[in-house]
Design a protein. Structure first.
Length: 285
């Protein structure tokens, strides 16, 4: 059976799921999206993702043609239609078809696209051994240009940094902000651990406020671990005891090397492992 795609209020075989070539989502990356995990047929942290989706849309003056309740229903129906046990949902909202110009007043019929499928971002062994990453020369977009808290369809900034990483033989790359501070990786938030304290850049560092990031912060705090959301630099990563990344697709994955330099003893650390286990349990609750 063909994958069923939710498009404009209907479930269609993927071969029939099409949008206009004049859609501003295609022409200009004008739209927003969410990546959401499914565990045991249950959409994980659904409300948090839907809330962020609507906040992103509000920030770019994009009116989503469904209520939040209707959107949740559509996501659940798409997951069920594709019999997803453990998988991933890509929820996309485009501005809709318009002219070849930038004027949003000439667009109409925003498109709601929901794809529910399986996903495997990293080899399972990397969750045991840890990732090696490099620092990209491409910096994070200046927050005064477009807020990094908007999860928009224009990911070219991230893609250019990702290219640097893959060219260097790494699956992820660290991005700095316009101040030279650590921001995030191309698709994941970053955490370090030093002397038992978990540290991660604050949202004003030019990062996406990750849903998995927030969940892991809460898990750490519930375990009695101090969490600091503060600015830091590559130096702080070099001297850290542990490092890990979080993201809806990546979940919680350790980092053991940055720019050819080992982090800690070069192996995933105990706090990282503990938070990873706690996160896995959370996904099955």
């Amino acid at each position: 059976m063909s994958l069923q795609i939710y498009l404009d209020g209907k479930l269609l075989p993927k071969e029939e799921a099409k949008i206009s070539v004049f859609d501003h989502g295609l022409l200009y990356g004008d739209g927003v999206f969410e990546g959401i995990r499914v565990y045991s047929k249950k959409v994980f942290l659904m409300q948090e993702h839907i809330d962020r989706l609507y906040e992103s849309a509000l920030a770019i003056r994009l009116e989503i043609p469904l209520s939040k309740a209707e959107m949740i229903k559509a996501v659940n129906e798409t997951v069920a239609a594709n019999n997803i046990e453990d998988g991933y949902v890509r929820l996309v909202i485009t501005r809709g078809a318009g002219s070849l110009g930038l004027d949003i007043r000439r667009t109409s019929n925003p498109q709601v696209i929901i794809i529910a499928d399986n996903i495997s971002l990293y080899d399972p062994q990397l969750y045991v051994d840890g990732l090696k990453i490099i620092t990209a020369a491409t910096i994070r977009n200046h927050p005064a240009a477009l807020s990094s808290r908007v999860k928009s369809l224009n990911y070219l900034n991230n893609i250019m940094a990702k290219i640097e990483g893959t060219d260097a033989g790494c699956l992820e790359a660290l991005m700095l902000n316009h101040k030279g501070e650590v921001a995030e990786c191309t698709g994941d938030n970053i955490f370090i651990i030093k002397d038992g304290v978990v540290k991660t850049p604050s949202i004003d560092a030019g990062i996406l406020e990750g849903i998995t990031r927030n969940a892991v912060i809460k898990l750490a705090e519930q375990s009695g671990i101090t969490v600091e959301q503060i600015p830091f630099t590559r130096h702080d990563i070099f001297i850290a005891d542990e490092c890990f990344l979080t993201g809806s697709a990546a979940e919680v994955i350790p980092v053991v090397e940055l720019d050819g330099r080992k982090i800690g003893d070069g192996n995933p650390g105990p706090i990282t492992k503990d938070l990873n286990e706690k996160f896995k349990k959370l996904t099955r609750e």
